[in-house]
Write a protein that binds this ligand. Structure first.
Ligand SMILES: Cc1cc2nc3c(=O)[nH]c(=O)nc-3n(C[C@H](O)[C@H](O)[C@H](O)COP(=O)(O)OP(=O)(O)OC[C@H]3O[C@@H](n4cnc5c(N)ncnc54)[C@H](O)[C@@H]3O)c2cc1C
Length: 422
């Protein structure tokens, strides 16, 4: 039995971009908010899997046109106060605008913004169970460091990336693309020990991968050399080149992916040290904390954003957030496929894509929102997750206030007052 109970207006499961956006949206809309995160820090994939850049804050194109403000902008401003420039960077590899991150300062920025907005954060705490009636969630049971406790609320947001709250509520799910295919997982690595002035020559990196493939039982399929950058404020080298196909979501498959990824990373750095000028003194500074998870399961929402919505750049009266990142699919490990957003360069996320099918007071934020398998390749990035989170948080706060899920109109009005772009 849980040891104690606490009452909130809104409980958010997960502290990635979606969860932080939701907590900020709900708190700024006047709700008393708790956020539960299983790691000892916030940030989601940005801090638990070394995903070092925020995508989705800007449209594609020659100039950086902002698509996300509100909660996302609050986080960028806090990072700027901590000395991280957060200026839009035009990626020569993909042609998109991104914001490069410093993961340690990001963790602190997220702590500070949630503290400043009065959000009660529970770290090292996992949403493990939930109780519900036919149409409403009543509480979540949290497994914390000192046992189990219950958080009761009027409204809930699942921002766990893996739909863990919806899962324990028994919500219907689609696994991956619904036909058994899950997007590839990747293990970004951080390499230390390079001279700051080492120029990275892509042709040499490609040759290093070829040599690696002759020595390793596990292939690297990124024949273009992958994506790399220097870690901001350091001379460390960050490389996204190790991809793993994931057959299912079993603990055994995750264990194999983590273990294999680490073995590959170690050998890869050995090969760099041996063959690439400037890397003679390099060492593997970090994998993880965990492998990067692109996709798991998708809980049933009242609307699924479709491929056509993205490529037409569909704008709608019930839109509550903008999404501007192109479709980026990793159906095959190491071979991403891109498709551009049409129309004005962004499309709307409608309120119903954030609303659980059949459960009045459950909202989705981040990569669990309703999207078909191709649209998912666009909505899942972190800039967009802040925006869907902001909207889900406001919707949850309004649900808590009135007892009923709001229409899009009031949600849009509050978001606009809070500076979000719709
Ligand atoms: C290799 C890789 C590269 C990527 N590249 C980029 C990129 O460059 N830029 C970009 O913007 N996006 C990128 N993405 C996509 C992006 O990182 C994710 O889609 C995004 O992080 C989704 O945000 P989220 O908040 O929905 O989920 P997540 O970031 O996954 O956060 C979910 C949070 O919920 C927590 N959680 C889960 N279950 C529970 C539970 N039961 N109780 C409590 N807490 C729980 C997790 O610990 C986590 O902190 C990449 C993804 C991968 C894997």
């Amino acid at each position: 039995m849980p040891r104690h109970e606490t009452q909130y207006d809104v409980v958010v499961a997960g502290g990635g971009a979606g969860g932080v956006g939701a907590a900020l949206g709900a708190a700024r809309a006047g709700a008393r908010v708790a956020l539960v995160e299983k790691y000892g820090f916030l940030g989601g994939a940005a801090t638990n899997a070394q995903v070092l850049a925020y995508c989705g804050f800007f449209h594609q194109g020659a100039d950086p046109v902002q698509a996300v403000a509100g909660a996302g902008e609050i986080v960028l401003d806090e990072m700027r106060r901590l000395g991280v420039a957060c200026t839009p960077y035009h990626s020569p590899t993909t042609g998109n605008w991104i914001v490069l991150l410093d993961p340690e300062r990001l963790k602190i920025a997220l702590d500070r913004v949630l503290m400043a907005h009065g959000v009660d954060v529970f770290l090292h705490s996992r949403v493990a169970a939930a109780s519900r009636t036919a149409e409403r969630v009543e509480s979540v049971t949290v497994a914390g460091m000192d046992g189990r406790f219950r958080l009761i609320a009027e409204s809930f947001v699942d921002a766990s990336g893996d739909a863990n709250l919806a899962l324990v509520l028994g919500q219907p799910m689609r696994l991956g693309d619904g036909e058994g295919r899950i997007q590839a997982y990747s293990m970004p690595i951080r390499v230390s020990g390079l001279a700051a002035d080492t120029a990275i020559d892509r042709a040499r990196m490609i040759r290093a991968i070829e040599l690696f493939n002759t020595r390793s039982p596990h292939r690297i399929d990124r024949t273009d050399g992958g994506i790399y950058t220097r870690v901001p404020a350091s001379s460390d080298f960050w490389w996204l080149v190790i991809d793993r196909a994931m057959p299912d979501l079993s603990s055994q498959s995750f264990t194999r992916a983590e273990q294999t990824g680490r073995e590959m990373a170690l050998l890869l750095v050995d090969v760099l040290r041996e063959t690439v000028p400037g890397f003679e003194g390099a060492w593997l500074a970090q994998t993880g904390p965990q492998i990067g998870v692109r996709e798991t399961r998708h809980p049933a929402a009242r609307y699924e954003i479709g491929h056509g919505d993205v490529i037409r750049g569909r704008l709608r009266e019930d839109g509550v957030a903008r999404a501007a990142w192109p479709i980026e699919l990793h159906s095959e490990a190491g071979r991403p496929i891109y498709e551009q957003v049409g129309g004005k360069g962004y499309y709307h996320i409608p309120l119903d894509a954030l609303h659980a099918r059949g459960i009045e007071n459950l909202w989705y934020a981040g990569r669990v929102i309703g999207a078909d398998p191709r649209a998912y390749g666009s909505i899942r990035v972190m800039g967009t997750a802040f925006a869907s989170g902001d909207a889900a948080g406001v919707a949850a706060a309004l649900t808590a206030r009135t007892g009923a899920a709001p229409d899009a109109g009031p949600v849009r009005a509050v978001l606009q007052d809070l500076g979000a772009l719709i």
